[in-house]
Ligand binder design. Structure first.
Ligand code: GLA
Length: 695
């Protein structure tokens, strides 16, 4: 049992790590330890006791409280802020009791209660022992009769071993330029990473890591991510007494929640872990967990898809799509996806969203004919939808203008000519469930790309049952309800999450979607760095990657294929314009991918040389049994002469012999890893080398 309770608190142990907290002499719940698992329970330090510094500083700046609420002499960044019915804005939490549940996954619940008001706060810890991960979330309950206004509620705060000089890594970006890694030293004060757009957004990712001098393969790394597809906040604080802390949770910006009696508020879960083996190991922990525990179909190989978007834009009809489908099938594609443009009155992005039935001009007999042709070619059929949206020029909007998020006295700012439906409303949820259920029930559809192309603005909600600012959270719960219900009714469908590219990539959406469209930027050299960022917390199987025509003047088709083969391969170029040689090359690459995709999609990923830092980069995937591996090497542009670095392979069995394609002699795994190998490439050249154990 990985959960241990003792008089001075709790120790949560995973295979290699431990997390401990407990009650100090003053009865305050404080952090004790987060790091490598120690031999004996008695090894874990006791809870921090209060220390007096001066009248100007409360002890919370030294003493790391496990879940601090705003109240008392406490100026640190709190996890909870609330106002009671009598306007008191001071929360004083004391320990109530705890309970432990063994199965299916061991869970600890520690209950805290305000000393005067009927507010209960339960801290939940679920221990994913085999993955070295701890999942945390919080439940708030109003045990009285009067409402309580919650103004902030985070899912977790973590404290690093005492000291400063830590570095925080996070990701930032913008449309078409997602997942840029930023590593910076944390200094006294508060650093905030957040989203205010109703989606996590391209700008920030609900993931972080904290380290001290770590690199890809070595060093202490603490990391976490919030399973939430909406506004989130990460705060990293270093107090003036060198206590370094990171919190994650719902964003409190423009947020308020009326906590009503008998209606608990449950926060989204945050996953966190520690490894002494660098950033690569931290990523692999998350990759394993995502594949094994989160994805709806995590153990099913992803099919190679073709998507028509870049070829036909909105100009879809049965003939043009069928023509593309024939070429795709000949190349070995397994799933044909028709993107935007197929539904009622959708000829451009200014009309149609909301009316989810086939356009009568483009598809006079419905989608059945095209789907049948695609199926006859031996492929599955997939479809694009954007269910949360409405164009003012649509039957839906004309019937229900009040369904769009808006303030009645303000303009409804359109973005991409569209408004957002209020997913928090039950009638909106029912409409979308019924519309999509009808399409899925009436057609043989194996795959849906679920898009979301604009952030929220003028976030009004006239008939809100609670505080209208609950919208930010209830919207996401509404989305989850709709998607969950559709998944329940159509469990065989594979879903892809897209939000103008990578605007909604998070562990929350992975309950529904098996893959993420990580960027609208499909230019291969840019994609290399986007893919590196994404891989920090998401496994390759979730990363849909198309080969398109972007940059074709410069970047060879083979290079473009190799980049996309590092994830879940797709093709999105205009196949009508590919000549015979290009189609043949595509077909060869698809053949190769089919032979190695189990290693890429199910294996361990090692980032050998990072494309965000180097124009010569490499990434390796190793099968779980270490029997085979595949190495991708890329050179973008480096002026000659170039002194090629030695690539040190990773993840092989040291004492086992392996062959590496292109190298004559088999060598031990230890030799390939320690002595390494050199792969010489010209500018904009790439190589895929298969590595096999000698039997
Ligand atoms: C978004 C997506 C694209 C495509 C278009 C269709 O931009 O990211 O891949 O589906 O919408 O309108």
């Amino acid at each position: 049992m990985p959960i241990h309770a003792s008089p001075n608190g709790w120790v949560l142990e995973t295979r290699h790590t431990a997390y401990a907290f407990g009650l100090n002499q003053a009865g305050l719940l404080t952090h004790r330890y987060w790091g490598a698992r120690l031999p004996y329970l008695a090894d874990y330090p006791a809870p921090f006791d209060p220390v007096h510094w001066a009248s100007t500083d409360g002890f919370h700046h030294f003493v790391p409280e496990e879940y601090p609420a705003y109240g008392g002499v406490k100026y640190i960044d709190p996890c909870l802020k609330a106002t009671f019915a009598d306007e008191v804005r001071d929360v004083v939490l004391g320990y109530e009791d705890f309970s432990v549940k063994d199965s299916p996954t061991p869970e600890l619940a520690v209950r805290l209660r305000d000393s005067y008001y009927p507010l209960r706060v339960t801290l939940h810890y679920r221990v994913h022992e085999a993955y070295d991960l701890i999942e945390r979330w919080v439940t708030l309950e109003n045990l009285g009769a009067d409402p309580i206004l919650v103004e902030r509620v985070f899912s977790a705060k973590w404290t690093m071993p005492h000291g400063d000089g830590y570095s925080l890594t996070h990701m930032y970006g913008r449309w078409s330029d997602e997942f840029n890694l930023q590593r910076e030293t944390l200094t006294p004060g508060l650093k905030i990473i957040e989203s205010r757009r109703i989606i996590p957004s391209h700008r920030a990712v609900p993931w972080f890591s904290v380290d001290k001098n770590a690199d890809e393969d070595h060093g202490d790394v603490w990391f976490g991510t919030l399973a939430w597809s909406g506004n989130f906040k990460i705060t990293a604080e270093v107090t003036e007494f060198a206590s370094t802390r990171v919190s994650i949770g719902l964003n409190d910006w423009d947020f308020a929640w009326q906590l009503k009696p008998n209606e608990p508020l449950v926060t989204p879960p945050a996953f966190s872990g520690y490894t002494p083996h660098g950033f690569g190991a931290a990523s692999r922990i998350l990759h394993d967990y995502v594949r094994d525990e989160l994805l709806p179909h995590g153990r099913v190989l992803h099919k190679i898809l073709y998507n028509s978007w870049e070829a036909t834009l909105f100009n879809v009809d049965e003939t043009s799509q069928a023509h593309l489908a024939e070429i795709a099938a000949n190349m070995g594609v397994e799933l044909f996806v028709m993107d935007d443009g197929w539904f009622h009155n959708r000829n451009w992005d200014n009309a149609g969203l909301g009316d989810w039935f086939p356009d009568q001009v483009k598809f006079p007999h419905g989608l059945g004919g095209l789907i049948q042709r695609v199926n006859d070619l031996g492929m599955d059929f997939g479809l694009w939808v954007e269910p949360e949206m409405v164009n003012p020029d649509s039957d839906l909007y004309r019937a229900h203008p009040d369904w769009a998020i808006h303030f009645p006295t303000r303009a409804r700012t359109e973005s991409r000519n569209q408004l957002i439906l209020n997913m928090a409303r039950a009638d909106v949820q029912e409409y979308i469930i019924a519309a999509l259920d009808k399409i899925l029930s009436g057609n043989n559809i194996a795959f849906i790309k679920w898009d979301m192309n604009r952030p929220a603005s003028e976030p009004g909600w006239q008939d809100a049952p609670g505080d209208p600012r609950e919208l930010w959270v209830r919207y996401v719960y509404g989305l989850y309800r709709v998607w969950g219900e559709l998944r329940r009714r159509h469990p065989q469908v594979i879903w892809q999450s897209c939000s103008s590219g990578g605007g909604r990539p998070d562990f929350g959406i992975l309950q529904f979607a098996d893959q993420v469209w990580v960027s609208d930027n499909t230019e291969a050299t840019k994609r290399l760095s986007i893919q590196e960022g994404f891989s920090q917390f998401m496994p390759a199987i979730t990363m849909e990657a198309w080969v398109t025509d972007w940059g074709k003047e410069l970047v060879p088709l083979e290079f473009r294929f190799h980049v996309s083969m590092c994830g879940s391969l797709g093709v999105g170029g205009n196949l009508l314009e590919w000549d015979q040689a290009e189609r043949q090359l595509g077909s060869d690459c698809i053949q190769l991918y089919k032979a190695i995709r189990h290693i890429i999609q199910f294996g361990d990923q090692y980032r050998l040389l990072a494309p965000q830092k180097h124009a010569y980069s490499a990434v390796q995937y190793v099968s779980k049994d270490k029997g085979e591996s595949v190495l991708f090497v890329f050179r973008t542009h480096i002026p000659d002469p170039f002194n090629f670095p030695v690539l040190h392979l990773r993840g092989l069995e040291p004492g086992t012999l392996y062959t590496v394609e292109g190298f004559e002699q088999p060598r031990s795994g230890a030799a390939w890893m320690e002595a390494g190998l050199k792969v010489e490439l010209k500018n904009l050249q790439s190589k895929v080398l298969r590595i096999k154990q000698v039997s």
